[in-house]
Unconditional design. Structure first.
Length: 472
């Protein structure tokens, strides 16, 4: 029987060292939820890094056995590999380039060498598990070379690849010294998926211009195979967020927050710390809102949750400082004894607290400079049981292609952002409900389960077609 293997940089469980033992914490991320029923099915598995540096062979064996029991296979990485492959090439070269922040990208040969070596390491672990007819679904920018490496070793495997971040225009890709190798690495897949048609078009254009391969109708013709490229906008587990918002824990949190905020209106912003998310620009826009519309003083507060992320990379530490400074300055200038303009949290909150914040907020401010999709926008929508609330959404988030009923803005246009915040705060309730209902119907239907089903079906279909053509 053929099996399905999911591969991503991180496993859906995080292994951590505590004082005298190891803890195994399942991830609550959207991908883990969406692919849960696939990798846990009989014979299937998920391959990835468990997030821990093992100390010796005995510990490695113990971690392997524990994860095995829950259908996971670890790829153990060293501290040097994480530094050069993950923080280096993945997060300091590919991440900024693919998000149109080329000026922040570094081009280190040693990082590239580590990236190749770690993709090879992943390849070895997958090959130990994969039979000749298995289906392998690889995720994200840390593993761009893996499809071709696997193809070389297992010519008949069914290989899918999904990119969770944007695929940028050819002009950015061509800057990378290793651009052709990266594209060729991806072409080992049978199906390559992106969040939007825009990313897909950029990819096809890069393949045509850099590799000279013919591309038409979402297909790439190589001398040996036809590769399918398509858009699969990722969704969320809608019911999970709706249920979390309705839970008694979330209701209790909500009451405590509401009592503390009295009747102040709430604008909410939630992100991982990242320069792509437009956090500093958003703060400047909020500052300008207070300057331009003094009637909102003591009437509206920004609740800003920033989740610590990648703090080993220098740019992230600098961004954290910039945010701290901006929040300090704005609060110092405008706050009164009874009113705090910005409530800033630099930490991660449990799901129920997150859901109660989504529910509490009148306005969600999702204004990234670039974002593959952005799931926060969809989670806000799922938590709005009473359909009141306004989403302000950047036109440069993948989610904007679907959520046309949000207030769509250009995140670098501070004036537009200020006016959008003002408009959202004064939007009549019936208009809020109309917009929210339309977005809820969409987010509920195209949830993360529909997303993974669609991808898997398309992958199976692509392979079947290839097979039919080969035997015709
Ligand atoms: C990448 C792409 C694409 C945040 N704070 C807390 C918390 N979160 C959760 C949110 C949401 C997730 O983190 C963030 O997802 P995003 O989609 O917004 O962004 P990235 O992490 O950058 O993800 C992105 C995504 O992959 C999927 O393809 O959409 O474009 O960059 O789910 O809820 N969760 C909890 N506490 C927090 O404090 N529990």
């Amino acid at each position: 029987m053929s099996q399905t293997i999911i591969v991503s940089n991180r496993l859906p469980t995080k292994v951590q060292r505590t004082a005298d033992s190891l803890s195994f914490q399942p991830s609550e991320g959207g991908l883990a939820t969406g692919l849960g029923s696939i990798y846990r099915a009989e014979g299937n598995m998920w391959v990835g890094w468990p997030g821990l540096f093992v100390e010796d062979a005995a510990e490695e064996q113990y971690v392997t056995e524990q994860l095995r029991a829950d259908s996971m296979v670890p790829v153990f990485l060293t501290e040097a590999e994480i530094r050069d492959y993950y923080e280096g090439f993945s997060n300091s070269t590919l991440w900024p380039t693919f998000h149109y922040f080329s000026q922040l990208a570094t081009y280190e040969q040693s990082h590239w060498d580590a990236y190749v070596a770690v993709n090879e390491k992943f390849c070895r672990v997958v090959l130990e598990q994969a039979g000749p007819d298995d289906t392998i679904w690889i995720h994200d920018y840390q593993l761009l070379l893996l499809p071709e490496m696997l193809r070389q070793a297992r010519p008949d495997c069914t290989i899918g690849f999904f990119l969770h971040i944007p695929f940028p225009s050819y002009e950015l890709i061509r800057v990378l010294p290793w651009r052709a190798e990266l594209l060729r690495g991806l072409l080992g897949a049978d199906l390559i998926g992106f969040h939007t048609f825009g990313y897909m078009r950029h990819f096809l254009s890069a393949v045509a211009q850099l590799l000279g391969l013919p591309t038409q109708n979402g297909q790439i013709e190589t001398p040996t195979r036809t590769i399918r490229v398509d858009a699969f906008p990722m969704g969320i587990d809608y019911e999970r967020y709706a249920r979390a918002a309705a839970s008694s824990a979330a209701q209790e949190h909500g009451q405590v927050y509401r009592a503390a905020l009295r009747d102040t209106r709430v604008i909410l912003s939630i992100d991982r710390l990242d320069y792509t998310k437009g956090i500093a620009q958003r703060l400047r826009a909020f500052e300008l809102l207070l300057l331009r519309y003094p009637e909102w003083h003591e009437q509206v507060s920004l609740i800003m949750l920033v989740v610590p992320s990648r703090d080993q990379v220098a740019q992230y530490a600098a961004l954290k400082e910039e945010i701290d400074e901006l929040v300090g300055r704005i609060n110092a200038q405008y706050r009164t004894i009874g009113w705090n303009p910005i409530h800033y949290f630099y930490r991660s909150l449990p799901l129920e607290e997150l859901a109660s914040l989504y529910q509490l907020a009148e306005v969600a401010l999702v204004t990234p400079m670039r974002d593959g999709m952005n799931l926060v926008a969809k989670e806000f929508i799922a938590c709005k049981a009473d359909q009141r609330g306004v989403l302000i959404l950047s036109e440069r988030a993948g989610a904007a292609r679907e959520l046309a009923d949000a207030l769509i803005i250009n995140p670098t246009d501070t004036n537009q952002l200020v006016e959008a915040m003002h408009d959202a705060l004064v939007m009549p309730e019936d208009e809020q409900i109309q917009r929210m209902a339309a977005m809820q119907a969409l987010v509920k239907r195209y949830n993360v389960f529909a997303w993974s089903r669609l991808f898997m079906n398309q992958l199976a279909y692509t392979k079947m077609k290839q097979h039919m053509l080969a035997t015709a």
